[in-house]
Design a protein around this ligand. Structure first.
Ligand SMILES: *Cc1c(COP(=O)(O)O)cnc(C)c1O
Length: 421
């Protein structure tokens, strides 16, 4: 079979950078991507036939493990009945019911096709509902690639944003206000100076600057500030939904957001996103309300079947057990690396963790960036050589799954012991 190098050379002629999502190109860790032929449980097999232990898990969706038998069977059964109807199907209702039953803040939910669509639509709804135009997001928070989220600040708190990429008009990101993650005072200051804030969108546990948990009081403070200023609180639970717990981060922290964005896990590996929340807000969406949002493939029968089977299996899953195993693994990895002289600041929540190569503490994007990216690149490449797939970027989470075994963990720790700096 063709090897990864040959495929990548060809892909680069046909697809920008040879990939359909930039981080997959592995540029920040200075190597070429591995092409994957198949995946099963905790492992992925490259086109060269090499089986590797996976801690990316498709960036989160595969909490049950790759190729889970029940999810697989559900997809096959749905495929035999036709791939898309463009009309309502029973599984949409069943998945909506499962989401509403699971997530405390969701009374009604609308299915879309990606996390990006979910956050983009939730912000449109927040603006439509409040009649206000500004949004607040955290620096280093990732909410997909819609224009208004691709804003970067010069330094610290910025009330004036510049686009983080060409192609986004300044007029668009002018409506995006930035605050450091975990900095309630900064958010408070924005509310004090701006009367026109429609919403705050936040990852309840930040997962895209590496894993950064909220400090005590941060989420509570956001809830209070938004409520006091007639703005909506949007939890972006695209990573944390059904991962921190079956009810998501909001069920763990006991915070009641107005809107919640979901993705990744609820599609069981197929392209799905969803946004939901309070009935009086959600009823503003077309056709019952005036805020437009639509999708040719939204509620796709295969995707709904995969999501339903995934939630069905997760409902019975032992989240506490997985969190304990993940904690033990991550702490041991950190200890081994520290013995080798590397400064390591470890964050871990449920089945997510990040080893930051710095002293820490890491509490926002600025402190996350203190991590030694060159050392991470060396770590990544040595682990990959030893058969372990980590995220190809220093500022991402590692993901464990219910399919990871004690043997996988032992082999992973052996690989860490072999690392040389
Ligand atoms: C992955 C992610 C998104 C975007 O989801 P896509 O399906 O990639 O569009 C949004 N928010 C968070 C927190 C994410 O991790």
């Amino acid at each position: 079979m063709t090897d990864s190098a040959t495929l990548f050379a060809k892909a680069q002629q046909l697809i920008p950078g040879g990939v359909n999502s930039p981080v997959r190109a592995c540029r920040s860790v200075g190597c070429d991507p591995l092409f994957i032929a198949s995946a099963n449980g905790s492992k992925m097999t490259t086109v060269e036939g090499r089986e590797m232990i996976d801690y990316v898990m498709s960036w989160g969706p595969m909490l049950l493990g790759h190729n889970h038998p029940e999810v697989n069977a559900a997809i096959h059964a749905a495929a035999d009945k036709g791939a898309s109807f463009g009309a309502p199907c029973p599984d949409e209702v069943a998945l909506a019911q499962a989401v509403v039953d699971a997530v405390p803040g969701i009374d009604m939910v609308r299915m879309v096709n990606s996390g990006t669509e979910a956050t983009m639509s939730a912000v449109r709804l927040a603006r439509g509902f409040t009649g206000k135009s500004m949004i607040i997001k955290c620096i280093g928070g990732y909410h997909g690639h819609a224009d208004s989220f691709l804003a970067a600040a010069g330094s610290g708190l910025a009330t004036f944003c510049i686009p983080g990429t060409p192609g986004v008009p300044e007029d668009t990101v002018r409506h995006t206000l930035l605050a450091p993650y975990n900095d309630l005072a900064a958010v408070k200051e924005l509310f004090r100076t701006r009367p026109d804030i429609a919403c705050v969108i936040v990852e309840p546990v930040a997962g895209n600057m590496g894993l950064v948990p909220p400090l005590p009081g941060f989420l509570e403070g956001l809830r209070e500030l938004t409520a006091n200023h007639d703005a909506l609180l949007i939890f972006d639970e695209v990573i944390t939904g059904f991962r921190l717990a079956y009810g998501g981060a909001q069920s763990v922290f006991g915070i009641d957001p107005d809107l919640t964005c979901l993705g990744k896990i609820i599609g069981g590996g197929l392209p799905v996103g969803a946004y939901g929340g309070k009935r009086r807000i959600m009823e503003r969406i077309a056709p019952c309300g005036d805020v437009y949002q639509a999708g040719t493939l939204s509620g796709n029968p295969l995707a709904m079947a995969a999501g339903l089977a995934t939630l069905g299996a997760l409902k019975k899953a032992d989240y506490d057990g997985l969190a304990a195993r993940t904690k033990a693994l991550a702490e041991e990895m950190a200890a081994i690396l520290r013995e080798k002289g590397a400064p390591v600041y470890l964050t871990q929540v449920a089945s997510l963790f990040t080893l930051f190569f710095c002293q820490g503490p890491v509490r926002d994007f600025e402190s996350a960036k203190a991590g030694d990216a060159a050392r991470y690149a060396s770590f990544y490449n040595q682990m990959r050589e030893a058969g372990i797939i980590l995220a190809p970027s220093a500022y991402e989470c590692a993901f464990t799954s219910f399919a990871h075994s004690e043997d996988d963990y032992a082999r992973t720790l052996d690989a860490v012991r072999g690392v040389k700096f």
